[in-house]
Design a protein around this ligand. Structure first.
Ligand code: NDP
Ligand code: OXD
Length: 315
């Protein structure tokens, strides 16, 4: 008996459950916790924010598939079974994240919030507009999502810099890497886009010290933050201080240390903050489910899994 377990927390599991059943009617699909029985039957688990310790109860697991690109919620489970963890790498997800990054970079570049505030008071007034090639955008993380966003921004004419853990060569993008590369990278960035995974090496990296190193006297006349990666990379209190002291001129935040963002958070109403509900790369479950089922079919005939997470690196 071989069954697939779906354990989905924080998202509505119904659509996923229906898709798995529709796209693989021959398989035994069990939605956790309602249909959890005989844990020994389970050979694959497809999960989003599974409760810690739950996967360890399934001793015949052969692989765990994350339903998202980030796997921090899975890897922080200290009882995680020693099986491959596969993450999502999907063209649709990548495109949606690229759209989000381009949208918010352009929103700052084209002073859209300012024009919207003018519209509210029927003010017809043009402001000087910087040329994109004078604006420096720094992309933290040059993996699947950071790379695609950097290329899209570079094609729009921005001056793009990137930072990663290991060295990268990307035509048209000035790259920096490792701890020594962080300082020169930050010094160039007027709009800082974060697409890093959450790991022990990155958590809290979006802090006041980081913001104070950004380039605030460039074509944008201020520094901006866009975090579409993970909430625990940012220190919310430091963002507020940086905005209030003028170190940051604006922040777009899709992710937060506590989600949903508590109604009491000052970020909701801060005049320089844009909040979105962790939907930067809201993507097609159909595409993700099809990819996972294809991987399982191939794995069962001996083909190695793609996009297996390196547990030592943490992403
Ligand atoms: P990848 O694993 O493909 O890329 C991660 C990048 O971060 C790599 O370039 C890596 O460097 C770099 N990196 C990791 N650790 C460090 C470090 N300590 N210092 C410098 N660079 C580092 O991930 P993806 O691009 O697919 O996704 C990135 C993150 O985006 C996910 O982990 C997830 O948290 C978040 N995400 C958010 C979504 C949303 O809707 N808001 C949707 C999807 C993902 P190197 O290349 O050298 O290894
Ligand atoms: C992901 C996400 O990691 O949606 O895929 O946050």
């Amino acid at each position: 008996m071989s069954a697939i377990l779906l354990a989905i927390m924080g998202w509505d599991p119904k659509n996923w459950d229906q898709l798995f059943r529709a796209l693989s009617p021959q398989r035994d699909i069990r939605l956790w916790p309602e249909q959890a029985r005989n844990p020994a039957d389970i050979t694959y688990a497809c999960v989003w924010k599974p409760p810690h310790g739950m996967l360890a109860e399934h001793r015949n697991l052969k692989a765990v598939f994350s339903l998202g690109a980030g796997v921090d919620d899975i890897l922080t489970d200290i009882e995680l079974p020693n099986v491959p963890i596969v993450r999502v790498v999907d063209a649709d997800l990548t495109m949606r994240m690229t759209e989000y990054v381009v949208l918010h970079v352009l929103k700052y570049h084209r002073q859209q919030r300012l024009y919207e505030s003018q519209q509210r008071v029927r003010m017809w007034h043009e402001h000087e507009q910087a040329v994109a090639s004078d604006v420096s955008v720094g992309v933290m993380g040059l993996g699947e999502l950071g790379y695609a966003s950097a290329i899209a921004l570079q094609r729009l004419g921005f001056r793009v810099h990137g930072w990663s853990r290991t060295q990268k060569i990307i035509p048209g993008v000035e790259t920096f890497y490792g701890a020594v590369g962080l300082e020169p990278f930050l010094r160039r960035a007027e709009i800082l886009v974060c697409l890093l995974p959450s790991t022990p090496g990155t958590r809290g990296i979006l802090n006041l010290d980081t913001f104070r190193r950004l380039k605030f006297n460039g074509a944008m006349h201020g520094a901006y933050l866009i975090n579409a990666a993970r909430g625990d990379l940012q220190v919310d209190a430091d963002i507020i201080v940086a905005l209030d002291e003028g170190t940051l001129a604006g922040a777009t935040l899709d992710v937060f240390p506590v989600e949903p963002l508590p109604v009491t958070s000052p970020l909701w109403t801060h005049p320089k903050v844009t909040v979105t509900p962790h939907n930067a790369a809201q993507s097609s479950p159909r595409s993700i489910v099809s990819n996972i089922l294809r991987q399982i079919d191939r794995f069962e005939v001996g083909v190695p899994l793609d996009h297996v997470v390196d547990r030592r690196r943490g992403y």
